[in-house]
Design a protein around this ligand. Structure first.
Ligand SMILES: *Cc1c(COP(=O)(O)O)cnc(C)c1O
Length: 379
């Protein structure tokens, strides 16, 4: 099956009992057992739920892993995956990660004795140098949030394998439509399914996938033990969202290409960050490891122009956190999504106060271009 067919028919796409083409929402918390100790497939919905299992199987198929796990949020998925490790273990983390991941690492996991080194993942010598005798894993995003930096997944996975480390990739920005980290050598993929996979800004969810049976068993154990599972209603909504991922991503990408063109040619714009722009630092690697370049764009306006004025003047593009929805969303990371990162650390990783992040939606291209143009013209 090819990718767009898989979106609709892979995983468990039909109800086996009735043939319903949409998986039913099984709200039951528990299941009638025929006899004591019969080891039934379903026993309690934290441990397993048919609606959740359908979306878990689907994401495993899409990421080409052996097992998928659905969580109450992307943060819950990341927490469960990093719970594979123990006090004293050391993890290398990309220096440009989602603000909430930064907070989880620094304000929660460090208290449990995990140690972290933040590294510029574009510099493979730095990655290798950061490895010590306690290192167990390398964790990063590509493209990153919000600078869209591209990390060579295969190169990092090769380094990791040489040192017997696990490679964990947050694939939220790319989605399996654009990129399959497991195929490139990663061991675990995590997603904030709140974003492109759900796709409609009406759901908070997280996913994890691995292609290693032993890791699958461990993540399954942690999912059940920690208990931050995705409920059946949201599992159903997520599966419905995923079915149209390909159709949405094609339009997201077309619109993003037009907007990058507009921004690059406007005198108010100082710098554009987009992996599909041949002038962008990560372009060559992005071209190798991604099918398309996605629809996240970051940019900076010329010195002295107030980014708040620009975003507040927009009429169609919504000023909001989050990304990956059908509606175009714009925000200023320094004071919104990445506000939880101390300013000096944020500036050191390149996220300036004036940086603007745009998640390009699937509205008509003419309307989006006109909206952005009218706001630029008023600056
Ligand atoms: C949003 C996001 C997360 C966190 O996911 P939630 O669903 O909000 O918990 C993690 N990683 C990236 C790249 C994100 O954009």
């Amino acid at each position: 099956m090819k990718f767009n067919t898989k979106l609709i028919h892979a995983g468990i796409s039909e109800d086996q009992a009735t043939g319903a083409v949409s998986m039913p929402i099984y709200r039951a918390s528990t299941y009638h057992q025929k006899r004591v100790g019969g080891n039934p497939e379903w026993e309690y919905s934290r441990s397993g739920n048919p609606t959740r299992a359908a979306v878990e199987k689907l994401i495993a198929d899409l990421e080409q892993g052996v097992a998928g796990f659905a969580f109450a949020s992307g943060s819950a998925a990341i927490h469960a995956v990093l719970s594979l490790f123990s006090a004293g273990d050391h993890i290398i983390v990309g220096n440009d990660v989602y603000g909430g991941t930064f907070r989880l690492i620094n304000q929660v996991l460090k208290r449990f004795g995990l140690t972290f080194t933040s590294v510029d993942m574009q510099d493979l010598t730095q990655v290798e140098k950061a490895i010590n005798e306690h290192t167990v894993a390398i964790y990063f995003e590509t493209p990153t949030n919000p600078l869209l930096k591209i990390t060579d997944i295969k190169a990092v996975a090769d380094i990791a394998h040489n040192h017997d480390l696990k490679t964990i990739v947050d694939n939220t920005f790319a989605t399996p439509y654009n990129q399959n980290p497991l195929v490139l050598g990663a061991d675990i993929v995590v997603h904030s399914a709140t974003k492109y996979l759900g796709g409609h800004s009406d759901l908070v969810a997280g996913l994890a996938v691995t292609n290693d049976e032993q890791l699958a068993e461990q993540i399954g154990f942690l999912q059940n033990s920690i208990g931050s599972v995705l409920g059946p209603d949201d599992s159903w909504l997520l599966q419905r969202g995923i079915k149209t991922l390909g159709a949405r991503m094609r339009v997201h990408h077309e619109n993003a290409t037009a907007i990058v063109d507009l921004l690059k040619n406007d005198a108010h714009v100082a710098k554009v960050y987009y992996p599909g722009d041949p002038d962008f630092a990560g372009y060559e690697i992005a071209k190798q490891q991604m099918n398309h370049f996605g629809a996240m764009i970051s940019f900076e306006l010329m010195a002295g122009i107030d980014p708040k004025q620009f975003v507040e003047q927009l009429q169609i593009v919504d000023l909001a956190e989050s990304l990956g929805g059908i509606e175009s969303l714009i925000e200023i990371p320094a004071v919104m999504t990445h506000g939880s990162i101390p300013r000096d650390i944020r500036l050191a990783s390149g996220i300036k106060d004036e940086l603007i992040r745009l998640s390009v939606g699937i509205e008509d291209q003419e309307d989006l271009v006109a909206d952005i143009q009218q706001s630029l013209d008023k600056l």
